[in-house]
Write a protein that binds this ligand. Structure first.
Ligand code: TEU
Length: 540
């Protein structure tokens, strides 16, 4: 309600519009399709949806290359369709968070067309242009996340421009106040249309070092601050991201949001070690972002020690900031597959992980299809659409394996996603996990998601309480959550084998709660957990 910090501890459901529901016949999902499925989303018990980009775009990076920030791409519908979507979400009691890709835009945006037309046009300085070195090479050694140098030669201006992602995604020059004002105008456009919040794409890349100092090198696998996935080289990203000026812009951005009631923003901090300390900086003080997420739990690491480290790193660096945890999204392998192995099945991982994320301190982001326990799809090279995957196949197969369409009806063609051949194929193995199949089964993964989310929502200690780690072994992580005088003990067994764990004596008596799906047994001070089991109990 008004004034309440709805974002603190909320559950966000990420929708990738291209793959949610096609209401037309082109095999691509769209906004009316999303609207038609919102009652299902609300039935999960989430508080908000995050819509991946639906803006005008040549779709070189599936919409993360925006050519008009204030228009809906015809592939997805119209502004009227968007308004209808927001109205329906609000009717169902859900907030709407949209994706703002402010760091870069498409090379087809009119701003960039003008900027590249000459060295002295009014927008000449809206992007990051630099002269070549005397030998013709790029001005420095910065690398693009998507491979190769972060500089592209432009033969008209006879200069290079910066792109941290595709060459068709030129980086906007945040040092120019006109650029910042123009971007904030686009944010205002959507605020006025009634959106409740924003997911800020690559928020750590907004500013660059104006002196263009080279990044220091890093040995492959040699540690350093950023584990670099760029097969073209390794470097520490010191001067091309996380610049101190970012904080000033985030304050400008927040001041705009605060002119409206109850709006919130979540930033994407794609970084290596230390990302959670950046989250602390970007969310502390109450005058910047409300929350951020990192890739710490979107990574392959799956262990009690890793989750404990993430909790500790965040809790020790953060005074008053807030984190949003995610196990899956449209950029990484689905976690049911990523964390399977060593006796862990994808199904068991899915059931375990919703319990775990529901008990973590922070808001939580769920990615469409994870509530069905969807495994990563195996996409043939000929079917790939992600430019990142096409470039690096087979060393890196790209991000299409997590972007295949939702499966609604196990008996319908393409799982009920579309009448037409979908833009990415629906894996046959996904059909038996379709929504209609799981709705009919009280013991399904989908049912588990609903039960766990409802369990969490009813417990202020889980939604917003403090956290303290009280036990950690090779297999087990135990922590306390506390709010309003209620203390909850949460214990998780990350191994596929049963394990007995002794409650700390200092805790006192604990009463087991009906934590959905738990197979744990508490006997005196001994808690026996089955493989990939969770427990939640009330401390007297
Ligand atoms: O992602 C930024 C980002 O950090 C990812 O590129 C990540 O490193 C990679 O996907 C891991 O495999 C955001 C969007 O989420 C992504 O979809 C876009 O491609 C990217 O920005 C560029 O806009």
């Amino acid at each position: 309600g008004a004034g309440a910090e709805w974002w603190r501890g909320c559950a966000i459901y990420q929708i990738y519009p291209r793959s949610f529901q096609d209401s037309g016949e082109d095999g691509v999902g769209d906004l009316p399709g999303v609207t038609a499925r919102l009652p299902y989303v609300a039935s999960l018990g989430v508080d908000a949806i995050w819509l991946s980009p639906f803006f005008m775009s040549p779709m070189a990076d599936m919409g993360y290359d925006v050519s008009d920030y204030c228009a809906v791409d015809p592939l997805f519908g119209t502004l009227a369709d968007f308004d209808a979507l927001v109205a329906e979400a609000h009717r169902l009691g859900m907030k709407v968070i949209i994706d703002q890709v402010l760091s870069h835009c498409s090379d087809q945006h009119v701003w960039f067309r003008e900027s590249r037309s000459s060295r002295d046009n009014p927008k000449a300085d809206w992007y990051v242009w630099a002269d070549p070195k005397p030998d013709g090479n790029p001005p420095n050694n910065w690398l693009s996340v998507f491979g190769g140098p972060a500089w592209e030669w432009d033969s008209t201006r006879r200069q290079y421009y910066l792109h941290n992602f595709l060459a068709s995604q030129p980086d906007l020059n945040f040092h120019n106040p006109e650029v910042r004002a123009a971007l904030l105008d686009t944010v205002r456009f959507w605020l006025d249309r009634g959106v409740d919040g924003f997911r800020l794409d690559t928020v750590n890349y907004y500013f660059h070092d104006a002196a263009l100092r080279p990044n220091p090198p890093k040995a492959p696998g040699g540690g350093g601050d950023v584990p670099d996935t760029n097969p073209y080289g390794y470097q520490q990203h010191v001067h091309d991201k996380n610049q101190p000026e970012n904080l000033g812009f985030l304050r400008e951005f927040r001041a705009l949001l605060d002119q409206y009631d109850d709006r919130a923003a979540v930033g994407e901090v794609g970084d290596g070690n230390g990302a959670l300390t950046i989250v602390a900086a970007y969310t502390g003080g109450g005058d910047k972002l409300h929350m951020c997420y990192t890739f710490d739990l979107l990574a392959p690491a799956f262990s009690a020690a890793h989750v404990a480290q993430c909790i500790s790193e965040f809790e020790s660096s953060v005074v008053d900031g807030w984190v949003c945890w995610a196990f899956s999204n449209h950029d990484v392998q689905r976690h049911a597959t990523r964390w399977a192995g060593e006796g862990r099945t994808p199904d068991a991982v899915a059931r375990f992980s919703i319990g775990l994320i529901a008990c973590l301190r922070g808001s939580i982001c769920l990615y469409q299809g994870e509530e069905l326990g969807l495994p990563e799809a195996d996409i043939a090279f000929e079917d790939l659409r992600d430019p990142y995957g096409i470039r690096f196949w087979p060393a890196f197969k790209g991000r299409d394996g997590c972007r295949t369409p939702m499966v609604w009806d196990g008996a319908a063609p393409h799982g009920g996603f579309s009448q037409a051949r979908p833009w990415l194929p629906v894996p046959p193995a996904h059909l038996e996990r379709a929504v209609d199949v799981q709705q009919a089964d009280a013991g399904s993964i989908l049912a588990r998601y609903r039960e766990v989310l409802s369990f969490r929502k009813a417990k202020p200690a889980l939604v917003g309480g403090a956290i303290e780690i009280v036990g950690q072994t090779d297999q087990v992580l135990a922590f306390l959550r506390e709010a309003d005088g209620e203390r909850l003990l949460c214990v998780f067994n990350f191994s596929a084998d049963p394990v007995a764990w002794t409650l700390p004596a200092a805790l006192g008596p604990v009463e087991a709660l009906a934590f959905p799906g738990s197979r744990a047994a508490l006997d005196g001070d001994t808690l026996t957990l089955q493989g990939l089991d969770g427990f939640c109990g009330r401390v007297a």
